[in-house]
Structure formats: structure tokens, C-alpha cells
Ligand binder design. Structure first.
Ligand code: M6R
Length: 365
């Protein structure tokens, strides 16, 4: 049932504040300001040699975001792989490590094969999964459910933001257990996480402005998305959403890679969507925007009020997202990038819930 919404995808975009709140409440104890993970984990965070993550598509991008969190909060090295690469690479694994697989459906063939490889190689396997009865959930040692509810749209939206919520919670808990986060920091981070739904609601109010912007985006051939830090996976997620829904060619790049190739594509026809909250690396992204602007590129900046004030370049549109704590930026910024892809596809008249050539669950390789 789509409710009052035109597509399942739009309904699922709008459900996000609620399902992210539900997922956060499952892992976070708001009154105590603490993360609550299962007490009987079969390993000790402090002794963990390494974390590996494997997943596909949007779930992979949730995993890539989590790498930044695990390394920052828990000071533990993370290997992140696309599951179809991981499964055949025969990578050596230090026994006793943790493998995290991320999957909405819990049935993705390559992710399942990665899980099995990790198990055979002495890893503790943790699944961040939306379908608790799925094969991936059944075969994992530890199941960390995302409480997104059934996701019908082929493009993943609410499952992604719930995956981010679970992974951030785990990273905070790992940081605490490893002694890199104290009680005060944990309390601050937990409070920030609990605020994500409110900020997502605010971000949803950007829809009319984004629908307007989509009119011009629907006329272009290619779009480049740029981001740094945790905005880099969000840039790639923006590009993935746009290509799968609107069939417009899109690429997501780390902003610092611009000079190493993609800058050759920039001309007056080329929209560049820059995802850049005003954070510790904002200035670096500003220089990348200047490089784009100098070549006549059409910048669409997704930032907060401070970022808009310090952008120093002419943009064709600036989408001003609420000012949020850095940890939850990827969760909140997912909303405008989903709406950009959705409305561009609607403008183009493509089948939003059932894009051509795609299946909701990829159970064959
Ligand atoms: O069910 P899974 O999360 O394992 O699926 C992984 C990918 O197939 C999935 O995220 C895909 O990339 C989506 N269509 C993206 O919107």
C-alpha cells in the first residue's frame, strides 16, 4: 500500500524518520546515553585484530561509510569490499577477526558467498540485515537487524539509512569498548544519533525545491557527484540512485580525485552535485568547487547554512540541509540525494519503483 504517495519509493523516503527512530531506539539507550549491543558477543572488541566488511550496491556504500566511523571512533582498521570481488579474491584473513556483511534482503548471492568464505577463514560473522528470516541472517553468528520494515521500491532508501544507523551505533560501542570513546563522548554521540529523525523530517521539507531542480536535471546526459570523508559514499549513493532510477549517467567521486581524471569532463553542460556539510574538510571541498567553477561547471551544492555562507563559488542551486552533528550527516544528507534521483526520474517518466533491468534482490551472481 503506497498510502497517499505516488510511488513506494516516495513512501519509503518519507518513512525514514520513523524507521530510523525505531532502529536507533533498538540500539541506543537515550536516557542512559549509551549504546546497547547484545551482551553475549563472541569476541572482545579490544582484542579484535581487524574488521572486514562485504556487501553489494547501496549496502556496500553503507559499509564504506561505516569504515570512516570504525576507524575514527574505535581506531580499528577496516577492509571494505564489494562482495563479488571479495568472494573470489582469496584474501588472507587473521583468525578471530570480525566480518560484517550488510544486506537489506539477506539473500544477495555474492554477499552470502563472502559470509561463507569469512566463516571458513575463522571470522566472527555479523550480519546487518533487514530480513531476519533470510539466509544471511540464519548463517551469521550475530544478527544486527535494521528495523526498516519491508522495502518494496527496487531503489534502496530506508534500508540504507537504517543500515547507517545500526553501523554507527556499533562503531560507537566498539570505540567505547576499545577505550577511544569515554562516557561523555558516548553520551554526546548517542544524543546526536537520536536527533537524526528530527533532522530528516526537516530535510524532507526540501522536496518542493528539489522537484523544481529536477526539471533541469532531467535534461542532462551526465552528472558528477563529489564528496569527501563520509560524504564520499553519499556522493556515490547519489550517483547510484540517479542512474538506476532515471538512466542518466552519473558518477560519484571522492572530491580530491577530481584533478586525477574526472575534471576533464567538466564543461558548461555538466552538473556537478557537491555533498559538503560544513565540517573539518569543507575548505578542501571548496577548492574543488572552485576548480569546477573555473571550467564553467554547473554546481549544485548540498550543504548547511554555514557551508552555503562559505561556499565562495557561484552555484546553480544550493540545497540547504539543517546544520547537523558530523556523525549523522550521512544519514540526513541521504534524504536530499534520494529526492534528487526520485524527482529527476519522475520528470523523465521512468518506472520509479521498478526500473528497467533491475531486480530487488540479486540471488544469482
Ligand atoms: O538486498 P541487498 O541489500 O543485499 O542488495 C544489495 C544491492 O543489490 C542493492 O543495494 C542495490 O544496489 C539497490 N538497487 C540500490 O538501490
Amino acid at each position: 500500500d503506497k498510502g497517499n504517495h505516488r510511488h513506494f519509493m516516495l513512501k519509503e523516503i518519507y518513512e525514514q524518520p520513523e524507521v530510523v527512530a525505531r532502529t536507533a531506539a533498538h540500539y541506543l539507550d537515550m536516557s542512559a546515553g549509551k549504546v546497547r549491543l547484545p551482551a553475549d558477543l563472541p569476541f572482545d572488541w579490544a582484542k579484535l585484530p581487524r574488521i572486514s566488511i562485504a556487501a553489494c550496491g547501496t549496502a556496500y556504500l553503507a559499509g564504506l561509510t561505516a569504515k570512516y566511523w570504525f576507524e575514527r571512533f574505535a581506531r580499528i582498521q577496516v577492509d571494505i569490499d564489494i562482495a563479488s570481488e571479495f568472494r573470489y579474491r582469496e584474501t588472507p584473513m587473521v583468525p578471530g577477526g570480525l566480518m560484517i556483511v550488510v544486506s537489506q534482503s539477506g539473500e544477495t548471492a555474492d554477499t552470502l558467498a563472502s559470509l561463507r568464505y569469512a566463516k571458513e577463514n575463522g571470522q566472527h560473522v555479523m550480519a546487518v540485515v533487514n530480513v531476519p528470516t533470510s539466509t544471511i541472517a540464519r548463517e551469521s553468528h550475530i544478527v544486527m537487524p535494521t528495523l526498516a520494515g519491508p522495502e518494496i521500491g527496487v531503489a534502496s532508501t530506508k534500508a540504507f539509512t537504517c543500515q547507517l544507523t545500526v553501523l554507527a551505533s556499533i562503531a560507537i560501542a566498539a570505540g567505547k569498548a576499545r577505550g577511544f570513546i569515554n562516557d561523555v563522548d558516548e553520551d554526546r554521540l548517542v544524543r546526536a544519533m537520536m536527533e537524526a529523525p528530527r533532522f530528516m523530517n526537516e530535510a524532507l521539507k526540501l522536496e518542493p525545491a528539489i522537484a523544481q531542480l529536477a526539471k533541469s536535471l532531467s535534461k542532462v546526459r551526465d552528472v558528477l557527484y563529489l564528496g569527501r570523508g563520509t560524504s564520499y559514499p553519499i556522493a556515490m549513493e547519489g550517483a547510484l540512485k540517479l542512474k538506476e532510477l532515471s538512466y542518466i549517467h552519473a558518477e560519484g567521486y571522492a572530491a580530491g580525485e577530481l584533478k586525477h581524471g574526472p575534471i576533464a569532463l567538466i564543461d558548461e553542460e555538466m552538473p556537478v552535485i557537491v555533498i559538503a556539510p560544513f565540517d573539518h574538510i569543507y575548505e578542501k571541498t571548496v577548492s574543488n568547487m572552485q576548480e569546477v567553477a573555473a571550467r564553467g561547471g554547473q554546481i549544485i551544492l548540498v550543504t548547511d547554512a554555514k557551508g552555503a555562507e562559505h561556499a565562495e563559488v557561484k552555484t546553480i542551486a544550493t540545497i540547504v540541509v539543517p546544520d547537523v552533528p558530523a556523525t549523522i550527516a550521512p544519514i540526513v544528507y541521504s534524504v536530499p540525494i534520494q529526492l534528487i534521483a526520485y524527482h529527476t526520474a519522475v520528470e523523465m517518466g521512468t518506472d520509479v519503483d521498478q526500473p528497467r533491468n533491475l531486480a530487488k534482490s540479486v540471488t544469482v551472481e
